[in-house]
Design a binder for this molecule. Structure first.
Ligand code: NI
Length: 161
């Protein structure tokens, strides 16, 4: 595995509509593994392929930092959204900032896993925020587009996506 460079806001790659992954093969698995390593090294809770310069529909997430379990989403589709919640978000591609964003409380999502098999999950609360944030990256959307308020942060304590 290898650490990848994280693309930062202002780079047009982050604004692209990502294309579907044709097949979950060894090359894709290598990228997914690099994404997990890069996310963990940066203390992030999620990382989408465009954030490492790959304009494909896939992201990884660690929505439960206590378990540390990585989730893999290739060609994800959101099946339904429910409710709303508001919280402060950060993004590994937007260092030094946090913003107040409204998101669904609950999300049901399906997609291919690291093994290429279809899987489906329902997330609520904080994990739902992470999943919606990462999914937005595949559409070229940053949380800064949705934030009601933005704050500068001077330390590195926030969990970033
Ligand atoms: Ni992000």
């Amino acid at each position: 595995m290898a650490l990848r460079n994280i693309v930062e806001e202002g780079d047009p790659i982050l604004r692209k509509h990502c294309r579907e992954v044709d097949e979950v093969n060894d090359r894709i698995r290598m990228i997914l593994d690099d994404m997990v390593e890069t996310m963990r090294e940066a203390n992030g809770v999620g990382l989408a392929a465009p954030q490492i310069g790959i304009i494909r529909r896939m992201f990884v997430a660690n929505p439960d930092p206590e378990s540390g379990e990585a989730y893999y989403f290739v060609n994800p589709e959101i099946e339904y959204l429910e409710g709303s919640q508001e919280s402060e978000e950060g993004c590994l591609s937007v260092p030094g900032c946090m913003g107040l964003v409204e998101r669904p409380e609950k999300v049901k999502i399906k997609g291919l896993g690291r093994d290429g098999q279809e899987q489906e999950y329902t997330f609520e609360g904080f994990p739902a925020i992470v999943i919606c944030h990462e999914f937005d990256h595949l559409e070229g959307i940053l949380y800064t587009d949705k934030a009601k308020e933005m704050y500068e942060i001077t330390n590195n304590e926030g969990q970033e996506e």
